[in-house]
Write a protein that binds this ligand. Sequence first.
Ligand code: SF4
Length: 367
Amino acid sequence: PTGALRIKSSVELVKEAIADPNTLTVVQVAPSVRVGVGELLGFGAGKNSMEKLVGALRTLGFDWVHDTVYSADLTVVEEGNEFLDRLHNGGRLPLLTSCCPAWVKYCEENFPEFRDNISTCRSPQQMLGSVLRKFYEAPERSGGRRVVSVSIMPCTAKKAEILRPESYTDGKRDIDFSLTTDELLGWMAAEGLTAETCPESPADDPFCLGSGGGTIFGVTGGVTEAVLRYLSPKLGFSGYAWTADAGARGFQGIKRITLEVNGAPVRIAVVSGLKNAKELLQRVRDGEEQFELIEVMACPGGCIMGGGQPADVYRSLLRRQARSRGLYDTDGTTAIKASQENESMHRFWETFIAGQEHTLLHRNFGG
Ligand code: SF4
């Protein structure tokens, strides 16, 4: 029956902001979007089309175009540190990931006893949202213009996330509009932007370079794999090499990984689909299973199969595999593999974020 539903689109409001000379418009693109558009733009299913997307967004009139992979790296470092803190200091475990707003809402409503297990880290969308607003609202960058921040995301849950009370910083909403991949494709088609007419362009500095770990956030298990790449040198998992698949890849609804640190197990579950999340949380609640870390993505397969991605391919197993391959191939050819190796992120952290981690990178309940 969901054929009767229509997404409340913000495209016209975004166009108005772009047309307003007193407005500076910034946009970010999620990891999964770049591998979701290839088949419709004529590049082939799962092909990483980020440079074409950036070119299209510039042609549509955005002043600055950025890559959410950058803030996926921020998330890995901050969430990894939160995990280490909870592990070493008797904090609440298992740590539940917070990147997927549909999952966070589901957990809050159906398993309130696990509410404090959810990571306090903002999602990559919201981390970049708070950073971009702070960065561009500085008078030397805005020149007194109003800053309008937009995100291109794989699902409508991200539209709801930007409205949550903890998605505000210093009383101001971080992101003004969130568009789905489908909405962007519709807008591009209306402007006659095709594979042939779209110029190619890299994203704008400094929020442009991300690690392979940040890129695979778009597929189930990607967050876990990226966080393990960060934790591995710090915890020294015995017999584990982060260069190999640690068991986080693949489309099974629940994957279990056990690593060892000084003889003690670190148990991780990777869950895709809310039905599987329900089953696993019930088992954890009833004491039938124990974990230190649980990743949950509401969409089976992760964001590559989000409800805002092109719908005609939504049910296709082949497309899901192609999109997943597109992200892992990009990881394979990215020089920086682990988030902590992202020098650009470290430099920005030291010069801009340092001292404001709580305000900019964590969910500040109450505004
Ligand atoms: Fe959105 Fe689905 Fe990704 Fe969750 S898993 S953030 S609902 S696309």
